[in-house]
Design a protein around this ligand. Sequence first.
Ligand SMILES: [Zn+2]
Ligand SMILES: [Zn+2]
Length: 113
Amino acid sequence: MEDQGRVTPAEIRQVDEQTFGITWQDGHKSKYPCDLLRLSCPCAACVDELTGKRQVTPDAIPKDIHPLRIQSVGRYGIQIRWSDQHSTGIYTFDFLRELCLCTVCKGGEKCQN
Ligand SMILES: [Zn+2]
Ligand SMILES: [Zn+2]
C-alpha cells in the first residue's frame, strides 16, 4: 500500500501563476514549473510515439503558460487544459511523481527554492 500512496495525490493545487503543486498521500510535496509541465506533455502531438522524440520545444511555449482547467482522468491521472489551448495530454500520477524535481527525488542536488 505504501507504493499506492506514493502515486496518489492528496491535494492538487495551483501554487501561483507559474507553479503547479501536488501533495502526495505519502506526505511528499512536489512542485512543478508550469512551462516544464507543458513541455513534458506526454500526448502524441508532443512526443513521437515511435521514437519517443519530443516534438515541442521550449521556444514554442509561452512564458506565461498556465493551466486553465484541470480535470481528473479516472483514478490514475489528470488532464490539463493549458492557456495555449493545448489539452490532449494526460498526465498520469506515476508520470508526475517521476517528474518531481525536488532534491529528495533528484538525489542530493542543492535545493533550488
Ligand atoms: Zn501534448
Ligand atoms: Zn520529490
